[in-house]
Design a protein around this ligand. Structure first.
Ligand code: ATP
Ligand code: MG
Length: 255
C-alpha cells in the first residue's frame, strides 16, 4: 500500500516545497512510483517540476470541486516515475468554495483513496497556513514531515503545528503520525545553525531525521529551470542530501 506523506509547517519559506519536490524526485529516481500533490495556490511545486502553471486544464482545484476525476487531474513531470497533481492561483478561492460542502475535511482523501495503491509514495506539499487545505492534507496523509529552517525563530509556531496535528489525529484521522522533523538550510559555518539544531533536539519530543539539508545555492537555482535537484545538478551537495533523506524515508517504512 502506498505511503502518504504531507510536508507541512505553517511558517513560510522554511523549505517545504524544496523538500517536497526533491524528496519526490529522489524517491522516483530509485524506481519507486511517486505521485506529488501540490496543495499550495502559489504552485511552486508545480513549476519546480517543470509544469507550466498557466497552461493547465485541470488542477487540484478542479479535483477538489469535483469538476474532474483524479486521473484527469494528473500530469506528467520532467522526472520519470513521478506524476503530479498540479496547482495554481485558482486554488486560493477553494477555501471559501468548500465552505458549504459536506465532509469538506475529507475531499482530498476521498479522491486519493481511489488511486493510493497505484503508488509507492504520495508526497503532498502544503501551503504556509493551517487552513482547510492543510487539514485536507492531514486527513489524507499517513504522516507529516516538518521541515524546520535553521534560523533563530525556528521553533516559533511549532507547538501550534503539533497541536493541530494532535487535534486532527484525535478527531479526523486516527492513523496520522508525525513522521519527524527535517532541518533545512543548515550552514555549518554559522553558530546559529548549530545552536538551532541542538536546541530543537533538546526541546522537541519528536523524531528528527538524521539527514540535514545544507544551504546550497543549487537547490535555490533548480526551480527556475523547472528541474528537481537530481536532474539539475546530480553532483551537488543538495542532491546528495535529498538522496540521503529519500533513503531514510524508505528505511522508515520497514520500521
Ligand atoms: P512557502 O511557505 O512560501 O511555501 P516553503 O516553506 O515551501 O515556502 P521553499 O519555497 O522550499 O519554502 O524555500 C524558500 C526559499 O528558500 C526558496 O527560494 C528556496 O529556493 C530557498 N531554499 C530552500 N531550501 C534551500 C536550501 N537548502 N539551500 C538554499 N536555498 C534553499
Ligand atoms: Mg512552498
Amino acid at each position: 500500500m502506498g505511503r502518504i506523506i504531507a510536508i507541512a509547517n505553517q511558517k513560510g519559506g522554511v523549505g517545504k516545497t524544496t523538500t517536497a519536490i526533491n524528496l519526490s524526485s529522489c524517491l522516483a529516481e530509485t524506481g519507486k512510483k511517486v505521485l506529488a500533490i501540490d496543495l499550495d495556490p502559489q504552485g511552486n511545486m508545480t513549476s519546480g517540476l517543470g509544469v507550466d502553471k498557466s497552461e493547465l486544464e485541470n488542477t487540484v482545484y478542479e479535483l477538489m470541486l469535483d469538476e474532474c476525476s483524479i486521473k484527469e487531474s494528473m500530469t506528467e513531470t520532467v522526472m520519470e516515475n513521478l506524476e503530479l497533481i498540479p496547482s495554481n492561483v485558482n486554488l486560493a478561492g477553494a477555501e471559501i468554495e468548500l465552505l458549504g460542502i459536506n465532509e469538506k475535511e475529507y475531499i482530498l482523501k476521498n479522491a486519493v483513496d481511489y488511486i493510493r495503491d497505484d503508488y509507492d509514495y504520495i508526497i503532498i506539499d502544503c501551503p504556509p497556513s493551517l487552513n482547510m487545505l492543510t487539514i485536507n492534507a492531514m486527513t489524507t496523509a499517513d504522516s507529516i514531515l516538518v521541515p524546520i529552517q535553521c534560523e533563530y525563530y525556528a521553533l516559533e509556531g511549532l507547538s501550534q503545528l503539533i497541536h493541530t496535528i494532535d487535534l486532527v489525529q484525535e478527531r479526523l484521522n486516527p492513523d496520522l503520525s508525525i513522521d519527524g522533523v527535517v532541518f533545512t538550510m543548515y550552514d555549518a559555518r554559522t553558530n546559529l545553525s548549530v545552536q538551532v539544531v541542538d536546541n530543537v533536539k533538546n526541546n522537541l519530543q519528536t523524531t528528527i531525521y538524521n539527514t540535514i539539508i545544507p544551504r546550497n545555492i543549487r537547490l535555490a537555482e533548480a526551480p527556475s529551470h523547472g528541474l528537481p535537484i537530481n536532474l539539475y545538478d546530480s553532483k551537488s551537495a543538495g542532491t546528495e542530501s535529498y538522496r540521503m533523506l529519500a533513503k531514510e524515508v524508505m528505511e522508515r517504512k520497514e520500521d
